[in-house]
Design a binder for this molecule. Structure first.
Ligand code: PGA
Length: 255
């Protein structure tokens, strides 16, 4: 099974548009057998989008962030219990755009652990800011992941995915998309860290996704040469045509 996760970020502006894009994505996920589509919508829309959404094995709705407690005096926050009560199954944690606002590895780890308790699959993001010639980015991603896993019990890997998203490859200001080789060396490092935390069998089961300027032309390379188990897609996930094309391609080529 390959996972194609859409991260809508702070788009679109209206619930009406959000409903229309979601409906189009649901249509393109209808006949899938080997691919799962997950759409992570803005928090304010997820309740309305979840209403009446039939559960299927190939399509799910998710959120883009969550707090690490189930309730409390936390103005503006959303809890894992709240997301789970809507029937949501996925939540992104530690996206670089949230880390840039000051979110720490410890907070990311607490968020993931609490979400996973509610059987929300945490899509935990890691990635370096830049690639330096000395290869320091390896150590950086390793320690970021290590610290982001710290609060997750060693016997609880079932509802976890890691998304490797190099910051230099994300968004409209990206230098370039990563190359499959950039990803491949990171999947090895991430896998090693997962095995160190969860043990061999469980560590190998945690899906590793790639995100950062994924489009129809480069998607395939990340899954084959890069050996990713899925993709985390920002901009293109707002385009039913572009996103649908990636979903079709992945479904055709992968089992
Ligand atoms: P992008 O965003 O696909 O627009 O580069 C990816 C992400 O930030 O998750």
């Amino acid at each position: 099974m390959k996972f194609i996760i859409g991260n809508w970020k702070m788009y679109p502006k209206t619930l009406k548009e959000a409903k229309a894009i979601l409906a189009a994505h649901r249509r393109s996920a209808r006949l899938l057998k080997r691919t799962k589509v997950v759409i992570c919508a803005p928090q304010v829309f997820v309740g309305a989008l979840a209403t009446g959404l039939r559960k299927t094995t190939t399509f799910a709705l998710g959120a883009q962030d969550v707090f690490w407690e189930d309730e409390g005096a936390r103005t503006g926050e959303t809890s894992p219990a709240m997301l789970a009560s809507l029937g949501l199954q996925y939540v992104i944690v530690g996206h670089s755009e949230r880390r840039a606002l000051g979110e720490t590895n410890k907070e990311v780890s607490q968020k993931a652990a609490q979400a996973m308790k509610h059987k929300l699959t945490a899509v935990l993001c890691v990635g370096e800011q830049v690639r330096d010639d000395a290869g320091e980015y390896f150590g950086l991603v390793r320690s970021q992941l290590h610290a982001s896993l710290a609060e997750i019990p060693k016997n609880a890997s079932a509802h976890l995915m890691i998304a490797y998203e190099p910051i230099w490859a994300i968004g409209s200001k990206a230098l370039r998309p990563a190359a499959p080789a950039d990803l491949h060396e990171m999947t090895i490092l991430i896998r090693r860290e997962l095995v160190a935390h969860f043990g061999k069998t469980a560590g190998f089961r945690v899906p590793i996704l790639y995100g950062g300027s994924v489009d129809e032309r480069n998607a395939e390379g990340f899954l084959t040469l890069g050996e990713a188990d899925g993709l985390l897609i920002g901009r293109v996930s707002l385009s039913p045509e572009g996103f649908g094309a990636i979903v079709r391609l992945v479904e055709q080529k992968h089992s």
